[in-house]
Design a protein around this ligand. Structure first.
Ligand code: VGL
Ligand code: ZN
Length: 233
């Protein structure tokens, strides 16, 4: 009897692998899918390619079929943007610099407004997407988050849009898990949304432990980490 609980749990998990998993979540009219930055620059051949980034596309296409409400985002920088290493003499990509709003990771030039690299992947098949939010278009401020720029105060208008549409639950997918997905999910919690990140519909950059830190920060903020299989059709 003393072994009952642990042995029983192991048996349950082996024989009924789904028995320990929460019931599938069914997106309703108060749910929205946020598809973050699935743009050519973050895909194979892009200037800031995320490893295996292209693998998110079929997963996103599949889960999107269960959502009436879909919003996409596009990283949309000016040429010479402050987040580019090339804008800082002597700096290389993935180094950091201190800016008035805090520490900024420096990136290769990417997602410059109107370029092919900034275009959404042509393989996305989510025709019902009703809004594309562009972000990071102020030359001197970055914006990983789809809600609030890196100065911590300039809003993109997304929270007001979602609230006007009576959305309460957000499912976040896309690139990159540890930057734009995580910052968006954290701000979604701050704005009062129930927030899920669909892990297998995301891929990370993982610079200096950023992926593990992002998951820890999200867990602490009450972001729920799920898999695409947890979403009911
Ligand atoms: C992103 C780095 C720089 C992202 C955007 O989409 O996660 N990462 N700009
Ligand atoms: Zn960017």
């Amino acid at each position: 009897a003393g072994l009952g609980t642990i042995a029983g749990t192991a048996v349950m998990a082996t024989v009924f692998p789904h028995a320990l998993r929460a019931a599938a979540i069914k997106p309703d009219d108060a749910s929205a899918l946020l598809v973050i930055d699935v743009q050519n620059c973050f895909l194979p051949g892009g200037s800031l390619a995320v490893k295996d980034g292209e693998q998110v596309v079929p997963v996103i296409n599949r889960i999107a079929k269960n959502f009436a409400n879909v919003v996409m985002t596009q990283d949309w920088h000016t040429a010479g943007h402050i987040s580019f290493a090339s804008s800082h003499a002597g700096k290389k990509p993935f180094e950091t610099v201190d800016l008035p709003y805090g520490k900024q990771v420096l990136w290769p030039d990417h997602c410059v407004q109107g370029t092919d690299g900034a275009s959404l992947s042509k393989d996305l098949a989510v025709p019902q997407a009703a809004l594309i939010i562009r972000k990071g278009f102020h030359k001197d401020v970055d914006s990983y988050s789809a809600f609030t720029e890196a100065d911590g105060k300039t809003t993109t208008g997304l929270a007001a849009y979602l609230k006007a549409r009576k959305v309460k639950r957000l499912f976040v997918a896309g690139l990159a898990t540890d930057f734009c997905v995580a910052w968006t999910a954290l701000d979604a919690r701050k704005a009062g949304f129930e927030t899920y990140v669909v892990e297998d519909a995301c891929r990370g950059i993982d610079a200096q432990g950023s992926l593990a830190k992002a998951w820890a920060d999200m867990a602490k903020a009450g972001v729920k980490r799920i898999q695409s299989a947890d979403i009911a059709a």
